[in-house]
Design a protein around this ligand. Structure first.
Ligand code: ADP
Length: 257
């Protein structure tokens, strides 16, 4: 599925947060959303999800204006994956993932055997089957983030929005979550993830967008960031960015000078 935001503006009361921002997420792309604290990343995600209404501009999914879609239609198209630290309940992993079926059910309708089977299949596909009876509170941050991804996949939406998916994870879990996201992109999902880690944008994303001073400061391919200018401006720090051959593939890495 393709997601487009065209000339979006948004303010909280008098405070302008986004000014004339346009982004396009083609089907099967994985876009990194960079921006300093307070630059409007979360606000943009909430606008794309329809939790907030833009003051100006249009958001379209496969060409259809999301303003003309019901909440349920939108939820069937876009899934939100919050930070793993936001989970504070003690449901089991399986029950949490079954909850992803909620938008497909009518009010008070209980999940069917097919819903349960869908959740079980998703747990298996992400290697989480052994965890199904555990309470989500008893999982590591990385496991919990994968369970939230599984819940979103069970929703069967084609577009996944991830809010800083690796922010509280150790290095190996960061790699695992990003590799899972890349696998989903290759399977055809359209992915947008916000991050404070420029290396994830350079290494894992097919596309990058940067928010700065309420505006879109950059939109393009990771390779276009190789000269360092955009990221140096963003983080007010001198950076060395280089494409390296790992032996298995090419990766772009970024270190401060
Ligand atoms: P980011 O996710 O990039 O850190 P946010 O979208 O959370 O940025 O916030 C952008 C700006 O909007 C910040 O200045 C923040 O304080 C403000 N803001 C965020 N949410 C609200 C809200 N509900 N009411 C008023 N101001 C808000």
């Amino acid at each position: 599925m393709k997601l487009e935001a065209e000339r979006i503006s948004f303010s909280y009361g008098e405070m302008k947060v986004l000014d004339d921002v346009s982004i396009t997420l083609p089907e099967g792309s994985m876009t990194a959303l960079l921006g300093r604290n307070g630059s409007g990343k979360t606000t943009l995600l909430r606008l794309l999800l329809g939790f907030l209404k833009p003051k100006n501009g249009t958001i379209r999914i496969d060409g259809k204006d999301t303003g003309d879609m019901t909440d349920r239609e939108r939820a069937m198209a876009i899934a939100y994956i919050p930070q793993s630290t936001s989970i504070i309940y003690s449901y089991t992993v399986l029950d949490t993932v079954i909850m992803g079926r909620a938008p497909a059910l009518s009010l008070f309708q209980r999940p069917s055997e097919a819903d349960r089977a869908k959740a079980e299949e998703t747990l298996k596909s992400l290697g989480l089957w052994e965890l199904r009876k555990r309470s989500v509170n008893a999982l590591s941050g990385g496991e919990r983030q994968l369970v939230l991804i599984a819940r979103a996949l069970t929703q069967e939406a084609g577009i996944l929005l991830l809010d800083e998916p690796t922010s509280s994870l150790d290095y190996s879990n960061q790699l695992l979550v990003m590799a899972t996201a890349e696998k989903l992109r290759k399977a055809g999902y359209t992915i947008l993830f916000s991050t404070h880690n420029p290396e994830q944008a350079l290494m894992n994303a097919t596309d990058v967008v940067v928010l700065s001073s309420h505006k879109l400061a950059f939109s393009g391919k990771p390779e276009e960031l190789l000269d360092g200018k955009v990221l140096e401006n963003l983080y007010s720090t001198q950076l060395h960015i280089e494409k390296i051959d790992t032996g298995l593939n090419h990766r772009i890495v970024c270190v401060p000078r």
